[in-house]
Design a protein around this ligand. Structure first.
Ligand SMILES: [Zn+2]
Length: 370
């Protein structure tokens, strides 16, 4: 493959955000040079899991990244996934580096660079920016990462990097704070897409031959009920540990760590029947699967996702609230089966539209032809 390439992952961009009305330049470019379609993220539909897959072209069964947080009961270890060593699949950054090509990884959130930065010739995060690179790219100090302008800042940085160094591969991603708080029809949400539309247009003008893929890590939906599955189980006298894969040190996006999926670690296998009965009679839990079944169905590593996986009903999320249930109008979140549909806008794509089914296929196709 001789073409230069860029993947832009708009964090939390459900298809409803990215339309011909909100992104006229992108749609015009796609009509002229490529396509727009809906593709699928990997489950769970959370950021870290999908960065791993989009960067490697593989499924979580290979990446072993199944959330923002890990729990290994057999050795009594748990913690946040923020640095290198967790990602077990080779990334497109590493693949490019290994054949002597240059790469860039530009992210608003610092941990994206922390976990996936190996192989990046140029690495930049808005949270902990490299002063030397900022200077070389002529960038001003970044705004706070939950500011609307953080998206503009990282896109400006990507444009400047392409202008200055023209890396063979560029991966750029923002923060989903705005989409966690604003629905697609709001001016705040439209402004985010306007930044994307403007900067992709400018990058295309600068390097008209570069392949550009604009996609998302997961979608985003309004939730009306939050269920504290841990508390529900505790109150029923069960001994288990509920791990929400979204569990994050950065809680501004989901203050209750709420999301549409939970991994359940049973501490007492004798309670299996009682646990399944409780899950069965709880309407917010749409489905419960054994780790083995969930692993087979969603290409997850069975050994990393507890004993059971709980899937939330469309309007529900699991979260660490006081009490068992909270009815709310203020939660927009993701993680469930209902946030797996995401847009893909392709400019000069490597392959035909039907070959892109999952977001990971972008890297899989590129790495196969490297
Ligand atoms: Zn995300």
């Amino acid at each position: 493959m001789s073409h230069k390439m860029m993947i832009l992952v708009i964090d939390g961009c459900a298809p409803e955000y990215l339309t011909p009305e909100t992104a006229p330049a992108l749609y015009a470019l796609a009509a002229e040079t490529g396509f727009v379609k809906i593709v699928q993220s990997q489950m769970p539909s959370v950021t870290n899991v999908n960065h791993a897959c989009i960067l490697s072209g593989r499924t979580p069964a290979d990446t072993h990244v199944v959330g923002n947080y890990y729990y290994r009961p057999e050795i009594g270890e748990e913690g946040f996934i923020e640095e290198r060593g967790f990602m077990k699949a080779k990334t497109i950054l590493q693949a490019y580096r290994d054949v002597g090509k240059t790469t860039a990884l530009f992210a608003v959130k610092g941990k994206v660079l922390g976990v996936y930065g190996d192989g990046a010739t140029y690495g930049l995060s808005a949270q902990t920016p490299d002063a030397g690179l900022m200077k070389a790219l002529g960038l001003t100090a970044p705004p706070p990462i939950d500011a609307a302008e953080s998206t503009k800042w990282i896109l400006e940085a990507a444009l400047s990097c392409i202008q200055t160094y023209s890396p063979d591969f560029m991966y750029c991603t923002n923060n989903d704070y705005i989409f966690h708080h604003f629905a697609p029809d709001t001016k705040e949400a439209k402004q985010q897409i306007a930044y994307v539309d403007e900067y992709i247009r400018r990058i295309h003008e600068l390097e008209p031959g570069r392949q550009i893929y604009v996609t998302a890590d997961h979608g985003m939906n309004q939730k009306t009920t939050i269920l504290n599955a841990q508390r529900l189980a505790d109150d029923a006298g069960l001994h288990l540990y509920c791990l929400p894969p979204l569990k994050d040190r950065y809680i501004e996006n989901h203050i209750y760590q709420e999301g549409g999926i939970v991994y359940v670690f049973l501490k007492d296998k004798e309670e299996t029947k009682a646990f399944l009965a409780l899950a069965e009679q709880t309407p917010e839990i749409e489905r419960v699967m054994t780790a083995r079944d969930a692993a087979a169905t969603y290409q997850l590593p069975a050994e990393d996702i507890g004993d059971y996986v709980l899937f939330a009903a469309p309007d529900c999320a699991f979260g660490e609230i006081d009490g068992i249930r909270l009815h709310t109008t203020k939660s927009r979140t993701h993680g469930s089966l209902y946030e797996c549909s995401i847009p893909l806008v392709a400019i000069h794509p490597e392959a035909s539209p039907e070959q892109y089914v999952y977001s990971k296929d972008i890297a899989a196709i590129a790495m196969a032809s490297l």
